[in-house]
Design a protein around this ligand. Structure first.
Ligand SMILES: [Zn+2]
Length: 317
């Protein structure tokens, strides 16, 4: 039995999974589905063992050296998206906050995408990222977003592949809504557990579980509802390719079959098969994108000052 972290109701068993990516623990974890909230959540949730489940070779901690072709394509897409979002925000100068932004590569893209961006902030738990972020001209707060106070309003808040790592993403989104300027936008990217790969690999440690690092997973409906409850209104929604989830899921099956060797010492990222699989998976997802729910969602949201609880919340702002 497990109770939903959002509503407290008892949830239904969905699947079991282990850490098939970094092998940080041999433990078996369970994912549970709350019917009322339509979210998946992990049990147990190792919020007090982050130092164990995020090893030093965790991909987000790595400095990007020579950029691979898929990464360059991804950066091009990010730059195009950010330019479009920034164009829709009024103001002669803009402040950008990237939550979980590491060394600031995305904040750097935002700054390059619009000359009005004069200030970029990174909030991250990784203190090793601080010197690099500051060397690139970003302000850096080492700690949790919950403790990031009194830094004024932001015109653009980025939360890419972040909320699913938190025990209570609903509370963080409400906090982000308070930090947003009246015309500001927030960009959220998070997995969608109602996708083809999530279905195929449901009982095979689907890559999107990113077990045990993803605590809460959404569907389009539950993400939209959670944003609304946080005082945010959806401005734009799109599905995007989930190549990383396909790759990890498929390569894990190959590992179990004894075809390839993946271990704590030799990660997926180091395997020569990965770039080819990435291109194939991304191509497959892009081809079916017009008529399928892909395993990553990108939402652009703004403050919803018309909502009743939103009004109450923002009277103190
Ligand atoms: Zn619930």
């Amino acid at each position: 039995m497990a109770n939903c972290p959002f509503c407290g109701e008892s949830a239904n068993f969905h699947a079991a999974a282990t850490d098939i990516e970094y092998f940080t623990t041999p433990e078996r974890f369970e994912f549970w589905h709350c019917k009322a909230c339509d979210i998946l959540f992990i049990s147990p949730m190792l919020a007090d063992r982050l130092d164990v489940i995020y090893p030093s070779n965790y991909y987000a901690f790595q400095e990007v050296g020579r950029k691979s072709f898929p990464l360059r394509v991804k950066e091009w897409i990010d730059r195009r998206t950010l330019r479009r979002v920034l164009r829709g925000i009024q103001g002669s100068t803009l402040r950008v906050l990237d939550v979980g932004g590491g060394t600031g590569w995305l904040a750097g893209i935002a700054r390059a995408a619009d000359l009005r961006v004069t200030e970029t902030w990174i909030v991250d738990l990784d203190d090793k990222a601080k010197s690099s972020a500051e060397a690139h001209g970003h302000c850096f707060f080492h700690g949790r977003i919950e403790d990031f106070d009194d830094h004024g309003k932001f015109d653009l808040i980025l939360m890419l592949n972040l909320v699913e790592h938190l025990p209570r993403p609903d509370l963080i989104l409400a906090r982000a809504a308070q930090m947003l300027s009246p015309n500001g936008r927030i960009v959220i990217k998070t997995p969608n557990f109602r996708s083809l790969d999530a279905l195929v690999f449901r009982h095979r440690s689907w890559g999107g579980y990113h077990c045990p690092r993803h605590f809460v997973l959404f569907s389009r409906e539950s993400l939209t509802r959670t944003l609304r409850d946080a005082g945010l209104a959806v401005d734009g929604f799109s599905y995007t390719q989930g190549a990383p989830f396909w790759c990890v899921s498929i390569m894990n099956q190959m590992r179990l079959a004894g075809w390839i060797s993946i271990s704590a010492a030799r990660s997926y990222a180091d395997h020569p098969l990965l770039p080819f699989l990435q291109i194939a998976a991304a191509g497959f997802d892009f081809a079916r994108r017009p008529f399928s729910r892909l395993s990553q969602m990108v939402v652009i949201a703004r403050r919803d000052d018309s909502a009743a609880d939103g009004d109450r919340r923002h009277t103190t702002v």
